[in-house]
Write a protein that binds this ligand. Structure first.
Ligand code: FAD
Length: 465
């Protein structure tokens, strides 16, 4: 038998998860011109692209343009897409091991971390993930509802996802109507009574996790003023010292925007975005089971032994009246069946993308990339180098003969299995049909696309219903 990876005996790779890490796996493999590789990509959703479709904000279409590069990878004759096929229910580890030499898991980290404070489960308290997935038309979240009749809303966290949520709540209907936001979300936001949006940060402006373009945008909203309390904009001695030593341009820009916002006059726009620093929620207060306020403790900044500026609680508390709360304090991945998992990190156990057992030994043929490999950090492009590192390991292992020995190497075999197991899977051609419908509806409405938001409708539109 010829070597695996030759024209006579191509390397067969399964990729579970069609977000950026999945697609950068494909493009990285395609760079190995001497290697004959066939790649089958699976996603539990009928549509590809993971958080690029269902996470990236609808008013940030430029960030979604990476889909064009992913399209190019998908055009390779050695690529197949199986949408609406979930690892762990529709296909199992045994199925994959019987059909592929190597298996890559790129399933992302889709859940928010909890605040772990009393009252977090009250009605009106949500994870930012739910809201983001809802306005982006993720079919699992399309039936959620959020009480937008509330005037005061708090978002715990000041990373870029928190910024997205705040911006969407502060934008006008006309601004949102130009996006590919789900139709039902657009209608609900049209009726929104939200007036005050608070972003709550644990540390000071110099430690904020947002990036300069995101904080700059907050000062350019059509019908929302932005403000920061001057005492919270002022940097403490530890932050000033750290800023001087590190000379990080992004931090300097962030601090400059915050200073400017603290000095800005309010102009009477219909919404007000208030960015708070050095506050930590300690309790969500409820009335009749519904959020009515958030209790916060004031923090002070200090320099810890490792040199980092951290926050510690004082004895000063404040109650902020809000009727709706979103938590956005980080993401975590979930364990997948039959794959070693690090519960507290929320990642697959791995070394440079090679899946490991808890004793550190390599699990032959299993690999990982993206957020489920390294945790929820970085931007879309970070997944490119992350996938590259893993693909390099896969190619190296192939060279050493370390791979699975599947029973079925005919590319048709997986299709045959799915025809009995999950006959209504969607191919790449099916996805392109949906894509075209979404685009043409969008064109008619002056929007980038009008999204399908229900699996049933997607199946019906592709004749798989
Ligand atoms: C709200 C939000 C907004 C963001 N905005 C930006 C931005 O504007 N710009 C930017 O650069 N970065 C942004 N990011 C970061 C960026 O989205 C991530 O870096 C990137 O999506 C991570 O890629 P991934 O492939 O690891 O995971 P994901 O994109 O989450 O993809 C994982 C895929 O795996 C699938 N899957 C999960 N479980 C299974 C299973 N059991 N079987 C089959 N399929 C499965 C999922 O359906 C999904 O399609 C944002 C992140 C979030 C959360």
């Amino acid at each position: 038998m010829s070597a695996v990876g030759s024209a006579e005996n191509p390397l067969r790779v399964a990729i579970v998860g069609s977000g950026p890490a999945g697609f950068y796996t494909v493009s990285n493999f395609l760079k190995h011109k001497d290697l004959h590789v066939e790649m089958d990509m699976f996603d539990r959703l009928p549509t590809p692209f993971g958080l690029v479709r269902a996470g990236v904000a609808p008013d940030h279409q430029k960030d979604k343009s990476v889909m064009r590069a992913y399209d190019k990878s998908a055009a390779s004759p050695n690529f197949r897409f199986y949408g609406n096929v979930e690892y762990g229910s529709d296909i199992t580890m045994a199925d994959l091991q019987e059909h592929y030499h190597q298996i890559m898991f790129t399933t992302g980290a889709p859940f928010d971390r909890d605040l772990d404070i009393p009252g977090e489960d009250l009605t009106g308290s949500h994870s930012a993930t739910e809201f983001v997935a809802w306005y982006n038309g993720h079919p699992d979240f399309a039936s959620r509802s959020f009480d937008l009749s509330q005037e005061n809303v708090a978002i715990v966290g000041i990373g870029n996802v928190a910024m997205d949520v705040a911006r969407i709540l502060c934008k006008t209907y006309d601004e949102l109507a130009e996006t590919d936001m789900a139709d039902y979300a657009l209608e609900a936001l049209k009726r929104s009574k939200v007036k005050n949006v608070y972003l709550l940060g644990r540390r000071g402006p110099a430690q904020a996790a947002f990036t300069p373009p995101e904080i700059k945008e907050m000062g350019e909203l059509v019908d929302a003023d932005v403000t920061v309390r001057s005492d919270e904009a002022k940097l403490d001695a530890a932050s000033l010292e750290a800023m001087e030593a590190e000379a990080d341009k992004n931090v300097e820009k962030n601090v400059a925007y915050i200073n400017e916002y603290s000095e800005r006059e309010l102009t009477g726009k219909s919404r007000l975005l208030t960015i708070r620093f050095l506050v930590s929620p300690t309790e969500v207060i409820g009335r009749d089971g519904q959020v009515c306020a958030i209790r916060m403790v004031k923090n002070e900044a200090y320099q810890s032994e490792d040199g980092a500026v951290r926050a510690r609680a004082t004895d000063v508390f404040e109650d902020l009246p809000v009727g709706l709360l979103f938590r956005s304090v980080g993401y975590r991945g979930v364990a997948l069946p039959e794959i070693p998992f690090h519960e507290s990190w929320g990642t697959i156990l791995n070394d440079q993308g090679r899946v490991q057992n808890s004793d550190g030994s390599q699990v032959t043929g299993l690999y990982t990339a993206g957020w489920i490999k390294r945790g929820p950090s970085g931007v879309i492009g970070t997944n490119k180098t992350c996938a590259q590192e893993t693909v390099n390991c896969m190619v190296e292992d192939l060279g050493k003969g370390t791979h699975l020995n599947p029973e079925h190497t005919d590319p048709q075999a997986m299709e045959t299995l799915l025809q009995t197991r999950k006959p209504n899977y969607l191919s790449w051609t099916d996805w392109k049909t949906l894509d075209e419908i979404e685009h043409s509806k969008g064109e008619a409405a002056g929007r980038p696309r009008v999204k399908f938001t229900s699996v049933r409708e997607m199946l019906a539109a592709t004749g798989k219903g």
